[in-house]
Write a protein that binds this ligand. Structure first.
Ligand code: SAH
Ligand code: SF4
Length: 422
């Protein structure tokens, strides 16, 4: 069962409505530029940026007037030039398993143009709460088993739009310090208390250990994060900053379909955890299901993984493997997977294929998945099978797609060609 709540009227806050720009999503340099614009002398920028940072990213406030340690005059000047608006939440869906999916409408690129939409998913679990964020509108890579790859419109998200997804999720979950009882934000308080234990609950699911609902972030929503390297890198710097949103880099995982030249840069310049969508152990099959493999074959991909800066037994690379019935799920495939990964500090994550309307694939039988998992386990890998979450609201891996248009075979070929020449 799922419920769709349309919040368009009470809480929609289009970013940049009118001439004012939002400060939400900006890095420190961007905030200093805002201060310069309202005439704050350069000598004060560092201190004033820290104040803004605290209010915007630690407290999550929505009105400048809440910035109590900023003078009234400055607050008025800020409000005259800027907003603290978030991208618009067009709809929120709640899965029967507590997973939440937000459809987020971005500001139109040009006035009058239809705005782009992206999806962000929150997955509550006992030990952690994971936010799955998008890095692009759509994806150019057209992996054959992925719904996102069939989306017509593609563009990179800005760093601000990536950060905005976390800010919105914290708003919707009441995940800012002091968010109980609800502040004068006008948002409903979605937290409740378990009547027996007194522990906070959210939509019937327990709050993960630790003080925040969102403890981890995965770049496993729409898009190929390493095709938007600069945007993703800048966003992570804001998200991981300990004085603000404070989701540490070891709790952030960037998943790639295998953009080999960017893997080393991700480790060296960003330093997050890495996940690699392997899904096949032979180039002929991987070429077919992940066309990018023609450009960066398995051997090169695994060499990049071996050299991933910071990789160690304590910081393993996650290899994702989607279980496609009759395609990549034999015992021989499992043994080959183990052989290929030898020597790489790795975790293997088996993902049951999540079907979507119009797909030609099916998920492997449960027995086949268990046999596959057993071989991987016996080879010494913890091989958790990723429990599908939010399937009823199409929020599971690879089901995300904000537009319902499907590409023609010809358009898919053209996109693929575009991706290969990038
Ligand atoms: N573009 C990146 C990250 C987004 S996709 C990547 O490909 O890694 C996140 C994960 O979902 C990837 O492992 C992807 O292969 C997987 N996935 C895509 N479609 C899926 C589907 N229908 N069922 C299960 N997993 C899927
Ligand atoms: Fe893009 Fe990842 Fe989907 Fe492939 S699996 S089409 S890279 S989002």
């Amino acid at each position: 069962m799922s419920a769709t709540l349309d919040f368009a009227s009470p809480i929609s806050l289009p970013v940049g409505a009118g001439p004012k720009l939002s400060l939400v999503g900006r890095d420190r340099v961007g905030l200093a530029a805002a201060l310069a614009e309202i005439g704050v002398p350069a000598g004060e920028w560092k201190m004033r940026v820290s104040q803004l940072w605290h209010w915007i990213y630690f407290r999550g406030i929505r009105e400048f007037e809440e910035m109590t340690n900023v003078s009234k005059r400055r607050r008025a000047a800020l409000a005259e030039h800027f907003t603290l608006a978030r991208p618009e939440v067009a709809a929120e869906q709640v899965s029967s398993d507590g997973t939440r999916k937000w459809l987020i409408r971005l500001a139109a690129d040009t006035p009058g143009e239809k705005p782009h939409e992206i999806e962000t998913v929150y997955i509550p679990e006992a030990e952690r709460g994971t936010l799955c964020v998008s890095s692009q509108v759509g994806c150019t890579l057209s992996c054959t088993f992925c719904h996102t790859g069939t989306q017509r419109l593609v563009r990179n998200l800005t760093a601000g739009e990536i950060v905005g997804q976390l800010v919105i999720a914290r708003d919707r979950l009441g995940d800012w310090p002091g968010a109980i009882p609800p502040r004068k934000s006008g948002l409903p308080d979605l937290r409740t208390q378990d009547p027996n234990s007194g522990k906070p609950e959210f939509g019937g699911t327990i709050v993960p250990a630790g003080e925040r609902f969102i403890s981890n972030i995965v770049f496993m929503g729409m898009g190929e994060p390493l095709y938007n390297f600069d945007g993703v890198k800048s966003a992570i710097e804001v998200i991981a900053d300990g004085d603000g949103l404070a989701v540490g880099k070891r709790r952030i995982t960037v998943s790639t379909s295998g953009v080999v030249p960017m893997i080393e840069r991700l480790g060296a310049e960003v330093g997050t955890m890495l996940a690699v969508s392997l899904h096949a152990t032979r180039d002929d099959l991987r070429d077919e299901i992940i066309p990018l493999n023609k450009k960066y074959p398995i051997k090169d991909l695994l060499a990049a993984c071996r050299g991933y800066p910071g990789v160690s037994n304590a910081r393993r690379i996650t290899f994702e493997y989607v279980m496609l019935k009759g395609v990549n799920d034999t015992a021989a495939d499992a043994r080959e997977l183990v052989r290929l990964l030898k020597g790489i500090p790795a975790k293997i994550n088996l993902i049951p294929f999540n079907p979507w309307p119009g797909t030609c694939y099916e998920c492997s039988d449960w027995k086949t998945i268990e046999q596959f998992s057993e071989i991987v386990f016996r080879a010494g890998y913890a091989s958790p099978v990723r429990r599908p979450r939010g399937r009823d609201i199409l929020a599971a891996c690879g089901q995300l797609k904000s537009e319902t248009q499907k590409l023609s075979a010809r358009e898919r070929m053209a996109l693929r060609a575009m991706a290969m020449t990038d």
